[in-house]
Design a protein around this ligand. Structure first.
Ligand SMILES: Cc1cc2nc3c(=O)[nH]c(=O)nc-3n(C[C@H](O)[C@H](O)[C@H](O)COP(=O)(O)O)c2cc1C
Length: 275
C-alpha cells in the first residue's frame, strides 16, 4: 500500500497534531526528534517529546548517539497501542549536531548505522531511517546515501532529497529517487511534496510513500486531499485541533505554532532552515 506520512517537526508534531493529521489521511506519523541521551537519562522534557496519548500510528524519532545509550533506553521502553517502531534522524543539519558525528553526518557512517539498527531489532521493534543526501554537495556527488541504502536494512528509508548544506530555498532533487528505488529497498520520498503534480512525479519513480511536513502544517488534511477525498475547511480543522490540544494538554507553543500555520499560503521564513 502506498503510504502518506506526517513528517517529524519540532514543536508541532505532538499527540494532538499527529491525531489531527491521522484523522485526515496520514497513515503514519512521527514524534518530534528526541535526543537519545535525554531519553536514556529519563529527562522529562525529552521523554515528553515521545509521549503517545492515543492509538495514532506513530514512530518515535530519535537522534541517536552512543550505542550504550540506546541500549539503556530500550531496556526500559514500554510500547503502547499505536506504537509503530523507531525512526533515526540522519538528516538534522545543525552544525553542533554534525560536529559530533550525528544527524546528517550519520549518512556516511554505515557501520554505526547498522549497529544502531541491530540494537533496535534485538528488541523486536521496527526501525526506519530518515536521511538527507549527505552533509554536502561533495557527499551527494559520491553518493554516500547509496552506500547507506545498499549497506543497511531498516524497514524503510525516508529520503529528504536535499543535502545538509541546502536550505528550503533549494529545490529538492527528485532525480535521486530512481536509483534509491532500484536498490530494492523501501523508499519514502520527502521534500516539498504538496501538490498532485509533485506526488505524481515521485510516485512514478516507484517510491512506496511520501512524507509531508510544512504542507501538513498549512493544511493538516493534505493527506486526504492528495488521496482525492473531500476535506473540511480550515476553520473546521482549527476547531478540531483546538479540541485535541485541550484534550492532550498541548503546550502553548505547540498550539500557537499549529494554529498560526493552518490556512497559510507560504511557510514563514523562520521555518526555512530546519532539518
Ligand atoms: C518546524 C520544523 C521542524 C522540524 N523538525 C524536525 C525533526 O524534529 N526531525 C526531523 O527529522 N525533521 C524535522 N524537520 C524536517 C521535516 O521533517 C522535513 O524533512 C522537511 O520539512 C522537508 O519536508 P517538507 O518539504 O514536506 O516540509 C522539521 C521541519 C520543520 C519545518
Amino acid at each position: 500500500m502506498f503510504r502518506f506520512m506526517l513528517a517529524p517537526m519540532e514543536e508541532h508534531t505532538d499527540s494532538a497534531f499527529r491525531r489531527l493529521c491521522f484523522n485526515h489521511g496520514a497513515d503514519l506519523t512521527f514524534t518530534e526528534m528526541a535526543k537519545i541521551d535525554g531519553l536514556a537519562r529519563n529527562n522529562k522534557p525529552t521523554v515528553n517529546k515521545t509521549l503517545r496519548l492515543d492509538n495514532t500510528p506513530t514512530q518515535i524519532q530519535i537522534l541517536p548517539g552512543k550505542d550504550e545509550m540506546l541500549e539503556k533506553y530500550l531496556k526500559s521502553f514500554k510500547p503502547s497501542e499505536g506504537f509503530m517502531g523507531f525512526n533515526f534522524n540522519f538528516g538534522c543539519p545543525a552544525p553542533e549536531v554534525q560536529r559530533v558525528g550525528r544527524g546528517c553526518a550519520m549518512v556516511k557512517r554505515v557501520t554505526k548505522a547498522n549497529r544502531l539498527i541491530n540494537i533496535v531489532r534485538k528488541y523486536n521493534y521496527p526501525v526506519s531511517l530518515k536521511i538527507r543526501l549527505g552533509a554536502s554537495a561533495f557527499e551527494k556527488k559520491v553518493k554516500v546515501y547509496m552506500n547507506l541504502i545498499n549497506g543497511s536494512d531498516p524497514d524503510f528509508f525516508i529520503v529528504h532529497a536535499r543535502t545538509g548544506e541546502e536550505t528550503y530555498e533549494d529545490k529538492p532533487d527528485y532525480s535521486v529517487f530512481e536509483e534509491c528505488v532500484a536498490s530494492g529497498k523501501e523508499i519514502i520520498a520527502n521534500g516539498d511534496i504538496e501538490t498532485p503534480k509533485a506526488l505524481h512525479e515521485v510516485k512514478k519513480m516507484g517510491v512506496k510513500g511520501v512524507m509531508i511536513g510544512r504542507g501538513a502544517c498549512r493544511n493538516p488534511a493534505i493527506f486526504d486531499l492528495l488521496k482525492g477525498k473531500a476535506i473540511p475547511s480550515f476553520d473546521e480543522l482549527k476547531r478540531e485541533y483546538s479540541a485535541l490540544a485541550e484534550k492532550y494538554n498541548s503546550t502553548p507553543r505547540h498550539k500557537k505554532n499549529v494554529l498560526i500555520r493552518i490556512g497559510q499560503k507560504f511557510a514563514p521564513s523562520y521555518l526555512e532552515n530546519k532539518m
